[in-house]
Design a protein around this ligand. Structure first.
Ligand SMILES: Nc1ncnc2c1ncn2[C@@H]1O[C@H](COP(=O)(O)OP(=O)(O)OP(=O)(O)O)[C@@H](O)[C@H]1O
Length: 260
């Protein structure tokens, strides 16, 4: 099979037989998960099940002791976080990783740094208007501001915003990377129900507009059951179930894991 053909058939993301240990703790135990084209895959599980570890292995924050991570059939295991980001993977964080002293627009622009050729970020902040490249980045940021309906706060310092809006800006920062796959780490945590509904709508809109797969780690079962096409359940670092929301809800192993 030619390399090009193999790539066309390969899933956007595949983690194969990944094992990750921290001293005596096995955070991931031979975990294999494939993410399909255009799907919203939720990863759920009780506290300490390995969900964040899975995202961290995928995004290059941790290197698994065994197994590998593939993006569209290409082995990216052991690459740095920024190298994996350049290959199209973007993530949001449980807290947000934003710069509180910078504005909304500036934070989203920083999300573009993986796409920037030179030191455009520096130029943007220190040397006034530069080159065409900067205009393109600015236009892309404006599109995201429109899309996420955050015009009214565009020039506010992020540190002055409430939690729900900061999460929305964090999503904007991730989208600014023009990812080919998006990982969301507990995006709804700490939100009220109105904020959750808003964010859920944006997540669905992202899929619709960008046609990219989204991996969602989330504790709120209502949100997961509403949004996910497919669910993978982790418990003690192992995959214990996989299926549609309806299948997962009636899976005895899942019920047992959650009821303890
Ligand atoms: N950096 C680390 N050092 C040591 N142990 C860790 C580290 N990160 C995770 N672990 C351990 O690995 C296991 C899996 O943790 P992980 O954070 O991936 O679970 P989780 O499913 O995301 O949990 P939660 O829902 O509470 O966020 C836990 O036992 C945790 O204590």
């Amino acid at each position: 099979m030619t390399a090009a053909r193999k790539e066309r058939q390969a899933p956007p993301l595949a983690v194969r037989s990944a094992t990750l240990r921290f001293g005596g703790v096995t955070a991931l135990d031979d975990v294999s998960i494939e993410v399909r084209e255009d799907e919203l895959l939720a990863i759920i599980g009780p506290n300490g099940a390995g969900k964040t570890s899975f995202l961290n292995v995928t995004a290059g924050f941790y290197r698994p002791q065994q197994g590998c991570v593939e993006l569209i059939g290409q082995d990216v295991t052991g690459l740095r976080v920024d190298q994996i980001a350049r290959r199209g993977l973007a993530r949001t964080f449980q807290g947000t990783h934003l710069f509180g002293g910078l504005t909304v627009v500036e934070n989203i622009l920083i999300g573009r740094h993986t796409l920037m050729r030179s030191n455009v970020v520096q130029a943007f902040f220190h040397y006034g208007p530069v080159m065409r490249e900067e205009t393109e980045h600015r236009e892309a940021v404006e599109e995201i501001v429109d899309f996420l309906e955050i015009e009214a706060i565009r020039n506010r310092q992020v540190g002055t915003l409430g939690y729900g809006l900061r999460k929305r800006v964090d999503l904007g920062r991730a989208l600014a990377q023009e990812p080919s796959i998006l990982l969301l780490d507990e995006p709804m945590a700490g939100m009220n129900s109105e904020e959750k509904e808003d964010l859920a709508r944006f997540i669905l809109d992202v899929r619709e507009a960008r046609k990219i797969p989204v991996v969602l780690v989330e504790h709120d079962m209502g949100v997961v059951m509403d949004l996910a096409d497919r669910i993978v359940v982790l418990d003690f670092g192992r995959v214990i179930a996989e299926g549609t929301p309806a299948e997962i809800q009636r899976d005895p192993a899942v019920i047992k894991a959650y009821l303890g």
